[in-house]
Ligand binder design. Structure first.
Ligand SMILES: Cc1ncc(COP(=O)(O)O)c(C=O)c1O
Length: 376
């Protein structure tokens, strides 16, 4: 009998080894990973990250945030590039969103935050309260007050929720957990302009879309906007627990000494992994290549599956793709696994693909062949 809370539905297999984009179970069966551990090991089990981790373990693996941390400075510089942001490091997506909510409230002195129906921002009280899905919140009692939920891609709905007390609007540019729904370009352009005109902070939750997932370091770069606060986690340290917020430097005074913190945030091992991850992502046109391979994957899926009656829509950006289907998605995931391919689901009827960005075209062709066989 398991001694664990049964809050996850776990498949029977356990992965015990990994190499590049492949996972191995206890029986030695090999699987091509089209999930990246839910958008986390974005570079696969990548040697430069492993090397950086091994080197860091040899030196020191934790220091408290009472001392200088040149690795945090290094990762912040790589993330921020030419933007005018400051960084704060934590350990997860929910924590990053908590920090963003706190920063927005403190910087504006206002309490209301507008997020979106069907959004997902995490499972802590603040991030769960921001989440626009009732099923996530059931049974937990009172939520954090002053969150409201606009209709995604509907500017009028946002405007109707704004009051004198609105601090911020919080959005996923592609709603991930609820089924890979990309925001419309016109909507995002208008939302960003509206927030500026009305002194509302724009928080973009890039926990799933960030760190190269869509073919750019941040998904907001596709949309030509500049959020006031960006939240990150998942792929940031390619599998080590790490989260971050980037906030415009003018918000810096709101997070003054003593206002916020995290014991483990910006841990040396996580930062060593994040630094090596960003080195790989930001060199040799790596991300251009991801965009190109993402288009290839999308096109191959459309060509091979687009005409199937059970495929309703294929949507997404880069290596974040959803196949909406009338098939039973749980049984699809099982069949893919039997065929040596690991995929995810999202919402009630979407097969979610978050493959490692290091995937080759041959691996894409191989996986699409498996999808085709299963759909047949
Ligand atoms: C967009 C988004 N925000 C926040 C989270 C929560 O992240 P974590 O599970 O690391 O707390 C997730 C996780 O799936 C997510 O997809």
């Amino acid at each position: 009998m398991s001694k664990l809370f049964q809050n996850y539905k776990r498949a029977e297999i356990e992965f015990v080894k990994a190499d590049g984009n492949y996972l191995f179970d206890k029986d030695g069966k090999k699987y091509l990973d089209f999930s990246s551990g839910i958008g986390v090991t974005n570079l696969g089990f990548h040697l430069p990250v492993k090397k950086a981790l091994m080197q860091q373990v040899e030196q020191i693996w934790h220091t408290p945030n009472l001392y200088q941390n040149s690795l945090q400075e290094e990762v912040a510089k790589k993330l921020i590039g030419d933007y005018d942001y400051l960084a704060f490091f934590c350990n997860s997506g929910a924590e990053a969103n908590e920090a963003a909510i706190k920063l927005a409230r403190k910087a504006t002195g206002k309490g209301e935050i507008i997020s979106f129906q069907n959004s997902f921002h995490g499972r802590t009280f603040g991030s769960m309260s921001a989440t626009g899905q009732d099923k996530i919140k059931e049974g937990f009692g009172d939520l954090v007050p002053h969150f409201s939920y606009a209709v995604y891609n509907d500017m009028e709905s946002v405007k109707n929720l704004v009051s004198q007390q609105t601090a911020a609007v919080m959005i996923e540019l592609i709603q991930g957990e609820s089924g890979i729904h990309p925001a419309d370009q016109d909507f995002v352009t208008e939302l960003s302009a509206f927030c500026k005109q009305n002194n509302l902070l724009l928080i973009v939750d890039e926990v799933q879309t960030g760190i190269g997932r869509t073919g750019k370091l941040f998904a907001f770069e596709h949309y030509g906007i500049l959020p006031d606060i960006v939240t990150l986690a998942k792929g940031l340290a390619n599998g080590l627990p790490a989260g971050a917020i980037l906030g415009k430097s003018q918000l810096g005074s709101a997070f003054h000494y003593g206002s916020h913190g995290s014991t483990f945030g910006g841990n040396k091992l996580a930062m060593a992994a994040a630094s090596a991850t960003l080195d790989s992502l930001l060199t040799n046109r790596f991300l251009d290549n991801v965009e190109e391979k993402g288009r290839f994957l999308f096109k191959s899926l459309k060509n091979e599956l687009g005409h199937k009656v059970s495929v309703k829509q294929i949507r997404g950006l880069g290596f974040m793709i959803g196949i909406e289907t009338s098939e039973d998605i749980t049984s699809f995931v099982g069949k893919a696994r039997e065929n040596g391919l690991i995929v995810l689901t999202a919402g009630s009827n979407v097969i979610r693909l978050l493959p490692p960005l290091t995937l080759s075209k041959d691996e894409i062709k191989y996986a699409v062949g498996i999808f085709k066989r299963i759909f047949n």
